[in-house]
Design a protein around this ligand. Structure first.
Ligand code: TGC
Ligand code: FAD
Length: 398
């Protein structure tokens, strides 16, 4: 892969909205990524291998639970810092950001918010250092966009629970030490359970054959009469709102992360079109090229403003789930559109591993699908503005 010459665009001088601490955190992560990940990421993606050796480094830059309080081993940062870390990681590769998102928002967040003090003390410090890795099991083979229909279930056996079912498409499943698993009890109520590697009847087969997120590891979670100690149930929240609350945090991080991928594609396209000569002039001098670049920087700038404002609202505890959906949908779609355009602007070189473009483009096909698909987020906005859910078609609301 060519040398990482990334220069971040800041068309509206948004740096002025950041504190010195924000800028320090962002620049530290950017430098770590350039030195440690950019030189190797293409190779790992081509081999479809997760660069596991990066885990301690991700922990060191605050990538595991950025907003988890210091008393539980986290760095206790604000939501804008969290967003900037996601942006810098995904600037390199969506899979790198996925590793951080899952550990932070889908594993540490539910233990912090829905767990008891004993669970927090037992797991959070080890998750923050990467000594322990986690994964999040919500999606099932027959229940993706509609997780409320899940069939994975647990029964109360007196001194333990008995868990049965399967989860699919689970990031980090094959390397996880613990899984936060969402399952229904006998009454059909959804609860979170902490399932630990080594429990009898629990397996995590790897999912192969992916053309997207190749440097991230994905797998299944299979539960065949797994005995779960009662103290492994997250006691402080139940119902579908519990996993969806974790998704709010992860989707917020993705809204920032997608900007990183878009910035990398734009920056590469800008440099390439200024250097590449055709018809005796740089291809950046053609109006059609300039239109593409102008639209890219406009969309990136709009997305930056959207996420910055969302970060302020989240810091104040005022961001709604629907606002987060809008930002996730808009920014990921923006990044995917830019990646596709940038791919074309690099000509044949755009399909090679010399540039990060094709990898970003393929990765973003997963990002536009996971954490709620593009259309599901559109319907969440539709529901928010009309007050009518398009998800339930049994007519019960009328
Ligand atoms: P609905 O009736 O609307 O809601 C059920 C209950 O949940 C509450 N709720 C939320 N709570 C917190 N945050 C949110 N975002 C919430 N959205 C809804 C709601 O108030 C209600 O509470 P209550 O107390 O009244 O019961 O539920 P529904 O069944 O109609 O579904 C709504 C829908 C479709 C929006 C939801 O199911 C959905 O978001 N589906 C998409 C599924 C999804 O995003 N899956 C992601 C899996 S994890 C993943 O992809 C990780 S990738 C990680 C990586 O590698 O980076
Ligand atoms: P489906 O729900 O079957 O959707 C198929 C199509 O139908 C989509 O275009 C969708 O928009 C459309 N559709 C569905 N319902 C409606 C509707 N009501 N109206 C209009 N259109 C609709 N899940 C986890 O739990 N944990 C993870 O760590 C995790 N990691 C993932 C990693 C990767 C690489 C990928 C690809 C997925 C991951 N997922 C994970 C799963 C992901 O969240 C689901 O793939 C996603 O929620 C969509 O579910 P589905 O694939 O079953 O698609």
């Amino acid at each position: 892969m060519a040398e990482d010459r990334f220069q971040a665009p800041d068309y509206y001088q948004l740096d002025e909205l950041l504190t010195d601490e924000h800028k320090l955190i962002r620049d530290t992560v950017r430098a770590w990524v350039k030195a440690n990940v950019s030189p190797i990421i293409e190779e790992y993606a081509q081999r479809a291998e997760f660069p596991k050796h990066l885990i301690p480094g991700i922990a060191e830059i605050g990538g595991f639970g950025p907003y988890i309080p210091v008393e539980y081993g986290g760095p206790g940062l604000d939501q804008i810092s969290y967003g900037l870390i996601m942006q810098e990681l995904e600037r390199c590769d969506s899979g790198l950001r996925s590793t951080s998102s899952v550990q932070s928002s889908l594993v540490m967040y539910p233990i912090w918010k829905y767990g008891n003090e004993e669970q927090r003390q037992k797991y959070l410090p080890k998750l923050a250092t990467g000594e322990m890795m986690g994964c999040f099991g919500l999606t099932e083979p027959d229940h993706g966009s509609n997780p409320g229909g899940m069939v994975t279930n647990f029964k109360d056996k007196g001194d333990h629970y008995l868990l049965n079912g399967a989860k699919m498409w689970i990031t980090n499943a094959p390397i996880a030490d613990i899984a936060v698993v969402w399952a229904k009890n006998e009454a059909g109520r959804i609860h979170g359970l902490l399932v630990e590697r080594g429990m009898e009847g629990f397996t995590t087969p790897e999912t192969h054959n992916k053309w997207s997120l190749r440097a991230s590891i994905t797998g299944e979670l299979v539960f065949d009469n797994v005995k779960i100690p009662k103290e492994n149930l997250l006691p402080n929240k139940s119902g579908l709102g519990a996993p969806l609350g974790c998704l709010d945090s992860a989707r917020y991080g993705i809204a920032w992360g997608a900007i990183g991928a878009a910035m990398d594609c734009y920056d590469s396209a800008l440099r390439y079109t200024k250097e590449r000569i055709q018809f005796g002039v740089p291809i950046a001098s053609f109006q059609l090229t300039q239109k593409k670049l102008a639209e890219m920087i406009t969309e990136i700038t709009k997305a930056q403003l959207l996420t910055w404002r969302l970060g302020v609202l989240r810091n104040e505890g005022r961001a709604t789930s629907a606002q987060i959906s809008m930002a996730k949908r808009n920014n990921v779609n923006m990044a995917l559109t830019i990646a596709r355009e940038a791919r074309q602007m690099h000509g044949a070189m755009g399909i090679t591993g010399e540039y990060s473009i094709m990898r970003h483009m393929a990765n973003l096909e997963s990002v536009v699908t996971y954490e709620g698909t593009h259309d599901i987020h559109l319907l969440i906005t539709g529901m928010d503005v009309t007050g009518i859910s398009a998800f339930s078609n049994d007519g019960s609301q009328f």
